[in-house]
Design a protein around this ligand. Structure first.
Ligand SMILES: [Zn+2]
Length: 75
């Protein structure tokens, strides 16, 4: 009888631990899903390095990774 009581307490503890853990995983997934918006990437016309669109430099012949590459490609 004593073993059944210990087993019951252990099972209830495991059940509570797992349900708490699943709630935390769901909450983390919702937070990371909102923060993980993909960045638009573009390819540098001169060196083919991919850079975020917000960091790219616009030239008359295309987008560049830096102002140096803009000057090299379009003097
Ligand atoms: Zn470049």
């Amino acid at each position: 009888m004593k073993f059944l009581l210990i087993l019951l307490v252990a099972l209830v503890g495991i059940f509570l631990w797992r349900s708490n853990r699943q709630a935390e995983v769901t909450r983390r997934r919702q937070q990371s899903g909102a923060a993980a918006t993909p960045l638009a990437m573009v390819c540098c016309t001169l060196c083919s390095v991919h850079v975020p669109l917000v960091d790219a430099v616009q030239g008359s012949k295309g987008l560049y990774c830096s102002a140096d590459h803009l000057r090299c490609a379009e003097p």
